[in-house]
Ligand binder design. Structure first.
Ligand code: ZN
Length: 452
């Protein structure tokens, strides 16, 4: 079975990263509209929607679907948008959906949710825990779980759609709500774009997205200005040798020894060849070769995750992997190894538009309070929301606190074991998390649409 951790492109949260700055809230009048009034309208709508959203969240949590298989999830989201009056197109780049709502002249704002779950067997013990099992693409029986919080993303997305539709007379513009498949495998955004997302539908002036965060308590949101997440590449290496008896190494070419050399030599790509001021990671996450003590196998398979913040650094790392692997084989008189770059699953680095990040985080501060809005360090994780930004649309991707504050405090002092996204124990506290998520996303959208 493939080692999943090397392939997952989704955000991997590191617990040690602490908040840095706390900017002062801008006075409401400087934000260009009557913020207290909008805040009150949004809060009132969320109060009315929360019970229904909680049921939706629990339904989605109990019924997860793996990447490329989000059929029922997409159908449910499509129904939600249709009921609100969106014009909905389905099967965009796989199971992707696009809902468009035109409401007079004004900017076009795209709001994205992802929809896929992970091959993880849930251990939360929640009454609404997933009991779903399925076969993965290699035929293995696996549990399925929304261990990355995409169920919460979808709930906030539907909640935001409901709020904005209910407040339709207060804004003008066009909403484009997209449900993206296959985020966990880094393919969904690319596929939706290749299927004409920005050509067949109104091209957005802005795009917004959020992701659950297992570092922040519910009630808080986190963000960066500029770099947020990094380039993520998955690489397979097949080291070829010549098998034989373990007692007669001189009659073989031992691929295990060559692979061991490759693992060590790869470390120099970061420690010797890379400018220390440019963050980079080369991790060999999986290595498999051989069956028995006394057999020298004929091949070894390795799987790598490669991370960088700059495209030139990425290119050099990938070239270096090719070069080092080939040189190790040459040194052992082995056949050329096969190096396979999973370019289809490449997740480009995510850079938030700085102006948009400043503008939106100021609205967050004025809405949620200064102490609830945390400017964070970038993470070495990846998210394919970056592709919409790379396609030329100014974008902002922020993080939503989801755990109880007691839990976060206990994790910081080592009194509770760290729980990260993708853990079989990870689960957001539903109601307060979605309240903040819907509030933040609705206020962000209203701030970009034309007021009336
Ligand atoms: Zn995720």
């Amino acid at each position: 079975m493939r080692k999943l951790t090397t392939l997952l492109s989704c955000v991997v949260v590191m617990l040690a990263l602490a908040p840095r700055f706390s900017l002062q809230a801008q006075p409401a009048k400087e934000l260009g509209y009557d913020l207290p009034k909008r805040k009150a309208l949004v809060a009132e709508r969320i109060d009315a929607e929360l019970k229904g959203l909680d049921s939706l969240y629990k339904y989605l949590h109990s019924n997860p679907e793996l990447s490329y298989e989000e059929e029922q999830t997409a159908a449910r989201l499509a129904r939600e948008l249709k009921m609100l009056g969106f014009e909905v197109s389905e099967k965009i780049g796989g199971h992707g959906i696009v809902g468009v709502l035109k409401n007079g002249d004004g900017p076009t704002v795209m709001i994205r949710t992802d929809m896929d779950a992970l091959p993880v067997t849930e251990k939360t013990g929640l009454p609404y825990a997933s009991k779903i099992r399925t076969r993965d693409k290699d035929g293995n029986d696996v549990g399925v779980m929304h261990a990355c919080g995409h169920d919460m993303h979808m709930t906030c997305w539907v909640g935001t759609a409901r709020v904005l539709v209910a407040l339709k007379k207060h804004w003008q513009g066009t909403l484009v709500f997209i449900g993206q498949p296959a985020e966990e495998v880094g393919a969904g955004a690319r596929r939706m774009l290749e299927d004409g997302l920005f050509k067949r539908f109104p091209r957005p002036d802005y795009c917004l997205g959020l992701h659950c965060d297992s570092r922040l308590p519910h009630g808080q949101v986190g963000y960066t200005e500029g770099l947020s997440l990094v380039n993520v590449d998955s690489v397979d290496i097949l080291v070829k040798g010549k098998g034989g008896h373990g007692s007669a190494p001189h009659t073989t070419i031992d691929p295990i020894v060559i692979a061991a050399r490759i693992v060590l030599d790869l470390q120099t790509l970061v420690s010797r060849e890379n400018n220390p001021l440019d963050p980079a990671v080369v991790t060999v996450g999986s290595i498999h070769g051989g069956t028995k003590h006394n057999i020298i196998p004929s091949e070894v398979k390795m799987q790598l995750t490669v991370r960088s913040t700059r495209d030139d650094v990425r290119a050099r790392l990938l070239e270096g992997i090719q070069r080092i692997t080939k040189a190790a084989a040459l040194g052992a008189k082995a056949p050329d190894p096969v190096v396979y770059f999973h370019t289809d699953n490449f997740t480009p680095a995510l850079y938030n538009n700085v102006d948009l990040a400043k503008k939106t985080s100021n609205v967050f501060r004025a809405t949620l309070g200064d102490d609830k809005v945390i400017q964070q360090e970038p993470l070495m994780g990846g998210e394919d929301f970056s592709r919409y930004i790379r396609a030329g649309v100014p974008g902002f991707f922020f993080f939503l606190g989801t755990l109880s504050s007691d839990h976060v405090a206990a994790m910081k002092t080592g009194k509770a074991p760290p729980i990260s996204l993708h853990s079989d124990f990870y689960h957001p506290i539903p109601e307060p998390s979605m309240r903040t998520g819907v509030t933040a996303m609705s206020m962000a959208a209203l701030n970009l649409l034309k007021g009336r």
